[in-house]
Every structure is written in structure tokens, then in C-alpha cells.
Design a protein around this ligand. Structure first.
Ligand SMILES: Nc1nc2c(ncn2[C@@H]2O[C@H](COP(=O)(O)OP(=O)(O)OP(=O)(O)O)[C@@H](O)[C@H]2O)c(=O)[nH]1
Ligand SMILES: [Mg+2]
Length: 435
């Protein structure tokens, strides 16, 4: 049985909270019989008013009390799924939560599949697919800034924007079709609106969505013994990397995430760059090179005593970190056009300035737009591609039929809720059970 084939009128149940001893556990029901099923296991069965909590007890088939609970009925259509939804809040005991779940299953509820509550919300028109995806983004947000982006999309930011672009495309198509039908002499000029639409699509595509979703990758690179691992530990506020006075201590890439100004930064400590003299060193340096090529920002860590020599194969943006300033009386700032921050990783001095610089050279330089995920990015890119092909077809003087064909393809790409079963399954199976 695939998710979309599920008969959405039956009543589903799941434990919505994490299965571990905790303060509260929630068992959630959705479907036509949600209220009657919940009532059938509760001691008090009167005065069940929508959105009003009821203080009662759950009892088993032998009228033995199982737990003291709060029950929250949310009657259709004023619920997450637009069906009757009931939440039973019990003590956060795994045994109690599982027992209540089993009682409801015995009464005829069906165990929900992953994401089935949100799937119902989507199928009942409560959420668009984009909004449903933003629920997942919100749950998995690695930083507060990502959570805010996801919430904005849950409230409809992206859906509204996609709808707006699509409506304008449909309007252009209508103009074109009128011209086709009546063979007007005067051709319509869609150049300007097309450019505007491409601009709107680009604005969405230019948001650094990967950074919100996965964090900004910052690699600490430099020659051995300059204090990369010391700096890494200081920024992470944790002893993650081994530090010694021996050159070549770090041989692997070590990662840690830190939150700064509501954004998530993924820091990578690496092996020092030098000419390798053993198999271990060859492999370690290859990993450093790979990291340097695939990060979003390089912190080129250097020792205050050493001349500044940055290998010219580094292509990613660089901030120079002049370390060990505690060892000198007077500092000669290096002659470079690159940004420089002077720190003592050992003493933890100037690290706030360094973090600010990291923020300014990444997040702050990017447009603060609407978040889009990989699937949405792909669809927008498809639409953009079609519009570019349309522009080219216009320049070549192709017939209106060809132009309208590209326009129709772009419109189809932006049809938010028109997805096949496997896409739906791919999206909703990522959810946890009970969401
Ligand atoms: N005085 C002083 N010593 C430092 C500072 N930062 C690091 N060190 C010392 O420098 C030595 C090397 O530090 P590491 O952090 O291991 O250097 P690394 O760049 O990671 O070295 P490799 O992993 O070998 O490439 C250690 O003895 C640290 O205590 C600093 O800011 N001031
Ligand atoms: Mg190290």
C-alpha cells in the first residue's frame, strides 16, 4: 500500500513524541472516529468541546486506570489534518504511551505511517505541498535562521511567490493564445514581462538555501603547527581536536557545528599542508585539499612568526587568521588585500571579532530571500530554462506555437501540487511517525 492510496477517512493513531522517559508523551489520533475512539478509553466522556483540554483518566478494557491525562479534541475542520484530531497527553512513560496506543489500536484505529498526519493535511487542502515540506524543514532546522525561513514558508511565503509567478505566466500564455486564435497582425511584446519573471525566479534561486539547510562550511587550513586545532577547539568551545606541539598532529578532517547570529556554521579542522613524506601524510593532505575546494570559506591560519604564503590553488573566499599574537610585543600586519584577523587561539583573544568576520564574509553578503529546497530549486531551474528557451525562440522568430509550448512547460514546472505518487512518497516518508 502506498501512502497516497491510504483511505484517508479511516482513523489513524501514533505516538507523536519521542519514545523515551520524559515529562509528557502525546498520542495523536486523526479521522472520523478520533473522538469516539478517544472517549471509549477515557473515564470522563462528557463536555468534550473543540480546543478545550479535558482532565481525565485513561482506563483499559477491565476499567483499570492506566494514567492521568489531558485530552485535547480538535474538531474538523479546525485541526492540522482538517479531520477530527484528538491528542492524549499522558505522563512521559514509554510503557504508558505504548499501552494507550495499543488500547486505541484494539478499538479499531490504525497505526499511522510516517508523515501521514501531514499527508492528510495536504490531501485535505490544509497545506500546499510546499508548506508540507516546510514542516519537515522546520523540524530538521539546524539553526534558528533556518527555522524562521521554514516557518515563513509554512505561513505561505514560497507558495504565494510561486503562485504569483505562475499566474503571470498564465496571463502571458492567454495573451499568446488570443493572438494564435485570431491571428492578430500586431504581435504582443512579452520581452519586458519575461525579463521580470526571470528576475523573480533568480531572486528565489539566489537565496543561499543550502547554507540555511546544511550550514556554512568553514575550513581551517594552513601549514602544520600554526594552531588550527587550537583555534578550532576555541571556536567550538570544546576539546574536539588533539593539540600538541608536534607538527603533523591532525591527520583527519574533524567537523563540528556552531551557532552564531542564528546561523549554523560547520567548522572543519584539517591536517597541515606540507610536502608529504609518508602514506599517512599523503592521504591527510589530500583530504585537506578536498576540504579547501569544497568549503564556503577558508580560514587561512598562520603563525605570527611566519611569512604569509598562501598557495595560489585555493579558490574559495579566504580570511587570514594571524595566530599566536600573544607571543609578540608588536605585530606587523601582513601586506595583503585579503581580510586579516589577529588572534591568540590559546588565550581566546579576538575570537568574537573573527566570528563576526566569518559572518560578514558569508551570510551577510548573501540576499536574505525565501528558502527553497532541492526539489523546489530543480523545478524553478526547469521553469527558468524554459523561459530562456522561449527568449531564444523569440529572437529567432519562431512561430507562436513554439513560444507557447515553452511557456506551458514553465507553467507546468511551477504547478505546486501536481506531483506523482513517488514524489509524494519520497517527501512524506521523510517525516517521523506521528507528524
Ligand atoms: N602561544 C601560543 N601558542 C599556540 C597558540 N595556538 C596554538 N598554539 C600552540 O601551537 C602548537 C600547535 O598547535 P595546534 O593547534 O596543534 O596546531 P595545528 O595547526 O593544528 O597543527 P597540526 O595539526 O600539526 O597541523 C601547540 O603547542 C599549541 O599550544 C596561540 O595562540 N598562542
Ligand atoms: Mg591540528
Amino acid at each position: 500500500m502506498t501512502l497516497v492510496n491510504v483511505f484517508i477517512q479511516d482513523t489513524i493513531v501514533a505516538i507523536a513524541t519521542y519514545l523515551a522517559p520524559s515529562s509528557v508523551a502525546i498520542i495523536r489520533l486523526s479521522g472520523a472516529d478520533a473522538v469516539s475512539l478517544a472517549k471509549s478509553i477515557c473515564l470522563h466522556q462528557h463536555h468534550w468541546i473543540s480546543h478545550k483540554a479535558i482532565y481525565t483518566y485513561v482506563q483499559d478494557e477491565q476499567q483499570q486506570l492506566i494514567d492521568e491525562v489531558l485530552v485535547l479534541p480538535m474538531l474538523a475542520p479546525h485541526s492540522y489534518t482538517r479531520q477530527h484530531v484528538v491528542e492524549i497527553h499522558c505522563h512521559g512513560s514509554v510503557v504508558i504511551a505504548k499501552t494507550i496506543l495499543q488500547l486505541l489500536l484494539n478499538k479499531g484505529a490504525r497505526l499511522a505511517q510516517p508523515g501521514e498526519f501531514t499527508l492528510r493535511a495536504f490531501m485535505n487542502g490544509r497545506l500546499s505541498l510546499t508548506q508540507a515540506e516546510s514542516v519537515l524543514d522546520l523540524i530538521h532546522a539546524p539553526s534558528l535562521s533556518m527555522a524562521k525561513k521554514a516557518l515563513a514558508n509554512l505561513k505561505g511565503s514560497l507558495s504565494t511567490q510561486l503562485h504569483h509567478i505562475r499566474s503571470q505566466l498564465i496571463h502571458l500564455l492567454a495573451q499568446m493564445e488570443v493572438q494564435l486564435d485570431f491571428e492578430y497582425e500586431e504581435s504582443i511584446d512579452i520581452h519586458a514581462p519575461l525579463l521580470q519573471l526571470l528576475d523573480q525566479i533568480d531572486q528565489l534561486l539566489n537565496t543561499p538555501s543550502q547554507w540555511y539547510r546544511y550550514g556554512i562550511r568553514v575550513a581551517l587550513i594552513g601549514v602544520p603547527n600554526v594552531g588550527k586545532s587550537t583555534l578550532f577547539n576555541a571556536l567550538a568551545e570544546e576539546e574536539r581536536s588533539i593539540v600538541t606541539s608536534i607538527a603533523g598532529t591532525t591527520t583527519d578532517v574533524i567537523e563540528i557545528s556552531i551557532q552564531w547570529k542564528q546561523a549554523c556554521f560547520r567548522l572543519f579542522d584539517t591536517a597541515g599542508l606540507k610536502s608529504a613524506s609518508s602514506e599517512i601524510e599523503t592521504k591527510a593532505i589530500a583530504k585537506t585539499q578536498q576540504m579547501a575546494n569544497h568549503c564556503d570559506l577558508i580560514l587561512w591560519v598562520t603563525d605570527v612568526h611566519q611569512p604569509l604564503q598562501i598557495p595560489n590553488h585555493l579558490k574559495q573566499p579566504i580570511i587570514i587568521v594571524l595566530n599566536k599574537i600573544d607571543l609578540v610585543e608588536q605585530i606587523q600586519p601582513p601586506q595583503t588585500s585579503l581580510p586579516v584577523v589577529m588572534v591568540s587561539a590559546l588565550q581566546g583573544s579576538n575570537l568574537t571579532h573573527l566570528k563576526n568576520m566569518i559572518y560578514e564574509h558569508t551570510m551577510k553578503q548573501q540576499p536574505d530571500g525565501i528558502y527553497i529546497n532541492e526539489r523546489q530549486t530543480q523545478l524553478l531551474q526547469q521553469a527558468k530554462q524554459q523561459l530562456i528557451m522561449l527568449q531564444q525562440a523569440m529572437q529567432k522568430g519562431y512561430p507562436l506555437e513554439i513560444l507557447s509550448w515553452h511557456l506551458k512547460n514553465a507553467i507546468r514546472a511551477l504547478e505546486e501540487n501536481d506531483v506523482n505518487q513517488s514524489t509524494l512518497h519520497a517527501i512524506f516518508s521523510q517525516f517521523c511517525i506521528g507528524k
